[in-house]
Ligand binder design. Structure first.
Ligand SMILES: Cc1ncc(COP(=O)(O)O)c(C=O)c1O
Length: 386
């Protein structure tokens, strides 16, 4: 057997805890999955049609590295319309292969070996890995259910060292559903200013908020020049499979992202760029319909979990609830494994999202209402039996 040729960075990277559960669930029939972090809706028809039309019209080539100009213009227009922030489509926006690639590009472009990135957790599973892959050091700062999973500026301040380069925020949050208050974001902005840090703000769930204001981080005074805004189409427009997103920020940083992007992927998928353009032009009524349905499910699952005796924070954004399962006496991995085996309901152990997620499980409500009802019944049976 030859030695492993994998780099130390890659061989020490932990596999995502989510994948492990998908792999088990995939071998079982009749599983109700609350595990998946993507909309159950298919992409709205006009968006699909725009993709097909672009193919029929011969748009089968590479585009500009940064993406087609009409799409960058539409993204800039949308950000100005929603949040009052102004980006130059020519130099301050890059279209990427989802927010996933935007994260990869951001940290590859920003970090030198050993640079630290502060990440409030629980958080999206890729954050720590993206920082580590770029040679950086992810520094987790925990958030708690008692604090409504708000990132605590004092805790962040204590984690800042001379090596800190950036703070990575992901709100509305996967997996907790927390949305950060303006006041709290302002306190983080003040810290960024004081310590000359960059803020990478992943706002992929910006349109999925329930009676709550989403504050776009770069819209805070003085923050546009020290933030990279990452946004996408996967969640609000149900376009996960199209693999399309973007980053917006100061021209010199975007130039750095484009440099890596041009050598690694060349340009985001062309048909997806045309579909995304249609999403921004025509997608709003569909976003509102999906949002209303998520909200109905959100109320059902939030109330349902609390009634089963699993204390659950009311999520104000994204499409997840994050019940605390500690009073079952099990750790989150065991809870998820037994629930899957005994009741065929898939949830994700909270510790997959950072240490602060231990003792919780993530349940997605991007799942049919009736299935959520059935899952709640099964979880109720499971919890009662314990
Ligand atoms: C917080 C967060 N950021 C980024 C992504 C990746 O999104 P995309 O499909 O745009 O790559 C996800 C997907 O689950 C997510 O939850």
């Amino acid at each position: 057997m030859p030695k492993s040729y994998l780099s130390k960075t890659v061989s020490t990277l932990k596999p995502s805890g989510i994948r492990k559960f998908f792999d088990i669930a995939a071998t079982m029939e009749n599983v109700i999955s609350l595990g998946i972090g993507e909309p159950d809706f298919t992409t709205p028809q006009p968006i699909i049609d725009a993709g097909i039309r672009s193919l029929a019209q011969g748009e089968t080539h590479y585009t500009s590295n940064s993406g087609i100009l009409e799409l960058r213009q539409a993204i800039a227009h949308n950000l100005e319309h929603l949040y009052g922030v102004q980006y130059d489509p020519l130099s301050e926006i890059i279209v990427t292969v989802g927010v996933s690639e935007a994260l990869y590009l951001s940290f590859s472009a920003l970090l030198d070996p050993g640079d630290e990135v502060i990440i409030p957790t629980p958080c999206f599973v890729s954050y720590q890995a993206e920082v580590a892959l770029a040679g950086g050091v992810p520094v987790e700062v925990p958030t708690t259910m008692e604090d409504h999973f708000q990132p605590n500026p004092e805790v962040i301040a204590r984690a800042i060292t001379p090596k800190t380069k950036a703070i990575l925020l992901g709100y509305p949050n996967n997996p907790t559903g927390a949305v950060v208050s303006r006041e709290n974001l302002q306190a983080i902005a003040d810290l960024a200013q004081q310590h000359d840090l960059l803020v990478v703000s992943d706002e992929i769930y910006d349109r999925l908020v329930y009676n709550f204001e989403h504050v776009c981080f770069p819209s805070l005074p003085g923050m546009q020049e020290r933030s990279l805004l990452l946004g996408g189409f996967s969640k609000a427009y149900a376009m996960t499979g199209w693999r399309i997103g973007y980053a917006a920020g100061p021209a010199d940083l975007i130039k750095g992202l484009v440099r890596i992007h041009q050598y690694s992927v060349m340009s985001a998928p062309t048909i997806s760029q045309y579909a995304a353009l249609e999403a921004l032009r025509m997608g709003e009524p569909y976003v509102q319909d999906m949002l209303a349905e998520y909200d109905r499910r959100r109320k059902l699952i939030h109330t349902g979990m609390n009634e089963l005796g699993l204390p659950t924070f009311e999520p104000h954004g994204a499409f997840y609830v994050f019940p605390n399962i500690q009073n079952t006496g099990m750790d989150d991995e065991t809870f998820a494994e037994r629930l899957l085996k005994e009741e065929e309901v898939a949830v994700v152990p909270g510790s997959s999202f950072g240490e602060a997620g231990a003792g919780f499980v993530r349940c997605s409500y991007a799942t049919n209402y009736n299935l959520i009802e059935a899952a709640l019944e099964k979880i109720g049976r499971f919890v009662k039996r314990l």
